[in-house]
Ligand binder design. Structure first.
Ligand code: TYD
Length: 202
């Protein structure tokens, strides 16, 4: 079995987390070993860095560097070993999130992130990225009912609209890898759409 690297992306409140377990079960039902992980995080050090970057104010470039520091460790300890063992590795967010939040949201130049991406995983990209897309108002309404917001969820103004636009630009420039899912549909409708996409990966 060949390893398969899948990432889930979207603005906060787009609904990606509701589909994580379903996706994992879909592959397990087809005989695959599945590992679920997340960014920032996924390793003991990465989870420490997550706590810091989600809750402590810092310069936008520091924020980008912390994301990639956590990612470097995650790739080494979790992602590469899982893929080498032929597993399906599903990560809740990866580098597309850095382009969306740190470039789109915070305004860092893409060239900065491209350099980090090249450094940290120049030879490794997800085989499939599912981008859950919803209008910003729907995402905001969902978040209003959520638990204590983190630094990103608390952002005001057009931050989330810029993040969404950056995700969609990224999808347009990587049409083979990134599949856009309409996250404003019902769970069942989204799952039917996912099943069609996943059919190509069994
Ligand atoms: P998220 O994955 O949405 O977790 P939860 O569902 O528990 O809120 O939270 C992670 C936050 O980190 C999210 O707001 C996006 C942000 N983020 C970045 O800004 N850059 C990155 O590179 C990554 C991986 C995440």
């Amino acid at each position: 079995m060949q390893g398969l690297f899948i990432t889930l992306e979207g603005v906060d409140g787009a609904g990606k987390s509701s589909h994580l377990d379903w996706l994992a079960d879909w592959f397990r039902a087809r005989g695959r070993v599945v590992r679920q992980t997340r960014e920032p995080g996924g390793t003991p050090l990465g989870e420490h860095l997550r706590e810091i970057v989600l809750h402590q104010a810092m310069h936008p470039e520091t924020e980008a560097l912390v994301m990639f520091a956590a990612r470097r460790e995650h790739i080494e300890q979790v992602i590469r070993p899982a893929l080498a063992a032929g597993e399906v590795l599903i990560s809740d967010r990866f580098t597309d999130a850095s382009f969306a939040y740190q470039c789109g949201g915070r305004g860092l130049p893409e060239a900065r992130l491209e350099a980090l991406e090249q450094w940290v995983h120049g030879d490794l990209q997800p085989g499939l990225t599912l981008l859950f897309d919803v209008p910003t108002e729907i995402a905001a309404a969902r978040l209003a009912n959520a638990r204590e917001p983190d630094r990103f969820e608390r952002e005001r103004g057009d931050f989330h609209a810029r993040v969404r636009a950056a995700y969609l630009r990224r999808a347009a420039s990587h049409p083979m890898r990134i599949r856009v899912i309409d996250g404003s549909r019902t769970l069942d409708e989204v799952r039917s759409q996912l099943a069609v996409i996943l059919g190509a990966f069994t």
